[in-house]
Design a binder for this molecule. Structure first.
Ligand code: ATP
Ligand SMILES: Nc1ccn([C@@H]2O[C@H](COP(=O)(O)O)[C@@H](O)[C@H]2O)c(=O)n1
Length: 231
């Protein structure tokens, strides 16, 4: 069967990477979490004092330093999932912190940052056989993807899922802080000038507010089987 390109876009914390990762593992495709690249860029900006005390971004300094930033993914042999490296350091945990989550969307709104990320993402997908999740994959990165999914769920459901995850991982989380962060990121992502988050005209919409992880996985596998058999 010919390999295809699969774009999974949607709102923050709605389960995009869970679905995309599960599908890629099942069908033997590469999985790329494009959000991890914007998160790693934000961590790089924090490490290089690019935010001032008011969280204003020194864009000239970021532009100057960007060529020294290398983001890569390596497969964890135990979990069989890709992990994010920033300049050869494993940063998977650091990029998921609240400190990064609260600063990532303004970084992702910068034109030269997006230009560089999109270039790298397109290179990763040039041979197809890839599932990539993010905000602009079906609209900008792979506008010709054979299968495009746009995932959504209510903000309360999304915040509850993230809250449950953080409680399970660290034993502490603040539901209201998580909900506020999700709503703020959605707003910035939908209203930025460059490649705003929006549904591609040819995307299939999935509201997974009341679906289980197993149900959404099954739905996505069915969509893949249908599209791949026609390609
Ligand atoms: N259908 C579902 N029902 C319950 N929990 C879910 C479902 N789908 C995903 N989750 C859980 O919700 C949380 C967020 O999922 P995930 O990280 O996949 O979202 P995302 O859209 O990729 O988020 P982000 O935008 O931050 O990258 C995770 O804890 C995941 O296990
Ligand atoms: N294609 C993308 C992916 C992500 N972003 C921005 O990064 C933030 C973090 O992404 P997560 O998927 O880990 O939530 C997200 O809020 C966006 O601001 C993007 O712009 N484009």
């Amino acid at each position: 069967m010919k390999k295809i390109t699969i774009a999974v876009d949607g709102f923050s914390s709605c389960g995009k990477s869970t679905m995309a990762k599960d599908l890629a593992r099942e069908i033997g495709y590469i999985y790329i979490d494009s959000g991890a690249m914007y998160r790693a860029t934000t961590l790089f900006a924090l490490q290089n004092n690019i935010f001032d005390s008011n969280n204003e971004i020194d864009t000239s300094l970021l532009k100057e330093l960007l060529p020294s930033m290398i983001i890569s993914f390596k497969l964890n042999p135990e979990t069989k999932t890709p992990e994010t490296y920033l300049n050869n350091q494993l940063v998977e945990k650091e990029i998921r912190s609240m400190e990064v989550s609260q600063r990532v969307s303004p970084i992702a709104a910068i034109d030269f940052v997006r230009e560089e990320m999109v270039k790298q993402q397109q290179a990763m997908g040039k041979n197809k056989g890839i599932v990539m999740d993010g905000r602009d994959i079906g609209t900008t990165v792979f506008p010709n993807a054979e299968l495009k999914i746009f995932v959504t769920a209510t903000p309360q459901v999304r915040a509850q899922r993230r809250y449950d995850e953080m409680i399970a991982k660290t034993g502490k989380a603040d539901f209201n802080e998580i909900l506020k962060n999700i709503e703020e990121r959605d707003y910035i992502d939908q209203n930025r000038k460059v490649s705003p988050l929006k549904q591609a005209d040819d995307a299939l919409v999935l509201d997974n507010s009341s679906l289980t992880i197993a149900e959404q996985k099954e739905w996505l596998l069915q969509q893949f089987a249908r599209v791949a058999s026609q390609s």
